[in-house]
Design a protein around this ligand. Structure first.
Ligand code: SAM
Length: 223
């Protein structure tokens, strides 16, 4: 394990793992391993803790995010996945992280203090206009969503209409069992995808097993 190979902008293979270059060398975020190599410090990205990480391991074809990107992330929680995206967008980029839980937000704010490219927003993602003053001056290149709600596609569409630029990219993590306990998983994912089709071109639908049971990542592009 002595050469890191870039697989996407800002994403590397380090041995069997994926990793990002640590924007805050010397500190980790969620107990992930730090690996020093070629004068850089890499943070190992755990696909069992991050659906974007899982989608990369499961063969995502492209990552539409890089140095300087502006992103909106719904369901920031304590910042596990966002911390890797923060490494990728670097000091010129910006990521707005929305979460409804005050408890998670408290930990996320602590992370934002260390990483100036992260902006915490305590809000309900169902109501994108309530955080307009934070975001409306920015053109959002990429929208990520990982919220455990019944109306996942609807939340995604509302935010995309409000903030995502035309031809911007979306990454919707569909948590099947937040939508129905009885319906077949494939059918639930299909239904969520079909809700996006009018407004998005669907690029990839990636089942996230074995990293996340009954979850899929929908990668799409705004028309
Ligand atoms: C599975 S966790 C997200 C994990 C995170 N994406 C990561 O990988 O680091 C789901 C999060 O969605 C948040 N959430 C649920 N409903 C929400 C809503 N209506 N608006 C904003 N956040 C919401 C929860 O508080 C929780 O933190």
């Amino acid at each position: 394990m002595n050469i890191a190979k870039q697989v996407f902008e800002g994403v590397y293979e380090v041995g069997q793992n994926i990793a990002t270059i640590n924007l805050t060398p010397g500190s980790n975020v969620y107990g992930e391993e730090l690996v020093k190599m070629d004068g850089k410090e890499y943070r190992i990205w755990n696909p069992f803790r991050s659906k974007v990480g899982a989608a990369i391991k499961k063969g995502i074809k492209e990552m539409h995010i890089g140095q300087g990107s502006k992103a909106l992330y719904l369901g920031a929680a304590e910042g596990t996945t966002i911390s890797h995206l923060s490494d990728i967008v670097g000091p010129e980029g910006m990521i707005f992280g929305v979460d409804i839980s005050a408890r998670s937000m408290r930990k996320f704010i602590y992370l934002c203090e260390k990483r100036p490219n992260l902006v915490p927003i305590l809000a309900d993602a169902n109501q994108p206009m309530t955080y307009k003053e934070h975001i409306s001056n920015f053109s959002i290149d990429v929208l990520f969503q990982d919220v455990s709600q019944r109306n996942q596609a609807e939340i995604f569409l509302r935010n995309a209409r409000a903030y995502l630029k035309r031809e911007g990219y979306g990454y919707l993590s569909v948590k099947v069992r937040s939508i129905s306990h009885s319906e077949r998983a494939e059918k639930i994912v299909e239904d969520e995808v079909s809700r996006l089709r009018n407004e998005f071109e669907i690029l990839q639908v990636i089942p996230l097993e074995p990293f996340e049971k009954e979850h899929a990542m929908v990668v799409c592009k705004k028309r």
